[in-house]
Design a protein around this ligand. Sequence first.
Ligand code: PLP
Length: 373
Amino acid sequence: MELAGANGPSTGQISAARPLIGEEERQAVDRVLASGMMVQGPEVAAFETEFAALVDGRTCVAVNSGTSALHLGLLAAGVGPGDEVIVPSFTFAGTANAVALAGATPVFADIEPRFFCLDPASVEAAVTPRTVGIMPVHLYGHPADLDALQAIADRYGLALFEDACQAHLARWRGRPVGAFGKVAAFSFYPTKNMTTGEGGMVVCADEAVARKVRLLRNQGMERRYENEVVGFNTRMTDMAAAIGRVQLGRVTGWTARRRANAAVLSSELAVEAPGVALPQVAEGAEHAYHQYTIRTDDRDAIQSRLQEAGIGTGVYYPIPTHQLPSFASGAGGFELPVTEQVCREVLSLPVHPALSHPDLERIVAAVAKAVAG
Ligand SMILES: Cc1ncc(COP(=O)(O)O)c(C=O)c1O
């Protein structure tokens, strides 16, 4: 797929994110429509098998969203009422929603400020006799500290449930994220590093859990009309899977582009905008740069100056989950100072693979000017 404006001057609006859909995706969808087999058919089965190559060959079960992947993964792993799962508050609400929808209680822990992922010390302090698991979020595509979190899980007999919704192809000590937890969830929402329109994948460490996810996504059935448990309809369509299979062939190249774009932004912003805190990468981590997120104490003003300069940006996330109306009433008493501070400071710049080199130069110049006031 040709990326628009790869060499020409950068003009017009630079969007914060851009789903890349080409002719091959359109043709794949057309083939499915012509086949008449539109839901959970051969394309979904092939997508599950092919996605497994990204997660060390683990069993994959496709569903209709990342939220469903988290929700069904937790249910299949046995999480339910009376259980507590430790989650970050600095994440998309879908993380804690999935825990609450499973009937369990999300217990919020703080993050550490360099990598925006769970702080192991805060996690350990949040463990109670009701804790059954820890759900790290590999936020922005940066892997959480899976060594430290696994050590805590081992110490207290807990499971790891990975929210890898933003982290396709991120790695921790050479192993792909999604291949660490009892279950892991990926999202294929349009702004993610690869898309199926809407969609999600549950990655399972064992076959018994995978079978439960398959039952739960399809009304409790494995064989037609032999419903074994009460289940949902969270199936993936074959149109979505067909798009996903094409995108799977591109996501490695796109991730390399994201990393190269991030390297340009970091080396140039370090010189041109020295007051800004640039994203860091932990030793042992391979960042997938779903987002390239800076920190600055003048965030809102800088964001509007960038908007005026035609640079789209995003604030992920302005409100900590534990302070959202949906959780605040039941989630009193949390003190998460790092989370609360970064919510005021984070600003995500465009890093997507459709950016040209002139676009990157324009972003750097605009940030330098916006920071200078
Ligand atoms: C960290 C995180 N968790 C969960 C989700 C939920 O995924 P979806 O929007 O596909 O339901 C998302 C994405 O939106 C996410 O970024």
